[in-house]
Design a protein around this ligand. Structure first.
Ligand SMILES: Nc1ncnc2c1ncn2[C@@H]1O[C@H](COP(=O)(O)OP(=O)(O)OP(=O)(O)O)[C@@H](O)[C@H]1O
Ligand SMILES: [Mg+2]
Length: 219
């Protein structure tokens, strides 16, 4: 091997090693945080196969499938709204499960759990920082699903955390999936002085899916 080939080969190996190292670090971070949070156990059974189609929800079902088929090239996510029991969480979970099967990393969390996870880093015993958790939620995972937005206990700090998460995704043009019982005016009023900024970003970042029909829990 001549000296030029030798140098080229060394550079290639170093680059490969660096890439592998970065991948490993990223996977470790995701695993550590998923393990701590306990997020993600609740939704595993809810799939597209288990989602019965009706005249009222077929449009929503197809939009959700479209989202999966376009992933990861779509920067617009989904804002799934509608009354209690109409299948919002089920549909969001079905997307998460389908993408996980395709080997994407998805963080599916109830908003209260996500906020609790971020706040757990404020303890002085925490091994990870708030910034690291937000980075994992927004950058390390391929998709973040926030279930039940607006149900969290609202405080200045909570609103700031939420703003940081949304804004990071917005700047990176990464999709988000949100389910909520509330319309945009109601959401705005929940997030205090961050309300306008949060809701305006979410509106631009998502395609709306409006769920209607009866409460499946009563069937
Ligand atoms: N199309 C469907 N086919 C079969 N089961 C469904 C369907 N839609 C909803 N369900 C079931 O009904 C129950 C309620 O649905 P889900 O939790 O998705 O409602 P939701 O809209 O998120 O309600 P909430 O606003 O209270 O969070 C779940 O057990 C879910 O699996
Ligand atoms: Mg729900």
């Amino acid at each position: 091997m001549n000296i030029d080939d030798f140098i080229r080969e060394s550079i290639r190996r170093n680059e490969e090693e660096a890439r592998e190292f970065a991948m490993k670090k990223k996977q470790e971070r995701i695993a550590a945080i998923l393990e701590k949070s306990g997020l993600g156990k609740r939704f595993q059974k809810r799939t597209f196969e288990g989602f019965k189609q009706t005249d009222k929800n077929r449009g929503a079902y197809l939009k959700a499938l479209d989202f999966c088929n376009a992933f990861p090239d779509n920067w617009r996510g989904l804002l799934i709204t509608g009354p209690v029991g109409t299948g919002k969480t089920h549909l969001a979970a079905a997307i998460a499960n389908k993408l996980i099967k395709e080997l994407y990393t998805v963080m599916f969390g109830n908003i209260t759990d996500i906020i609790t996870l971020v706040k757990s880093t404020y303890s002085k015993d925490s091994e990870v920082s708030e910034m690291q958790v937000i980075q994992t939620l927004t950058q390390d995972v391929d998709l973040l699903v926030i279930d039940d937005l607006g149900k969290e206990y609202s405080s200045k700090n909570t609103n700031t955390v939420l703003y940081q998460i949304i804004n990071r995704l917005y700047e990176d043009e990464k999709p988000i999936i949100i389910t909520t019982n509330y319309n945009s005016e109601q959401l705005k009023s929940k997030f205090g002085e961050r309300g306008e900024a949060i809701v305006s970003r979410i509106t631009e970042m998502t395609v709306p899916i409006i769920m209607t029909g009866e409460d499946w829990r009563l069937k």
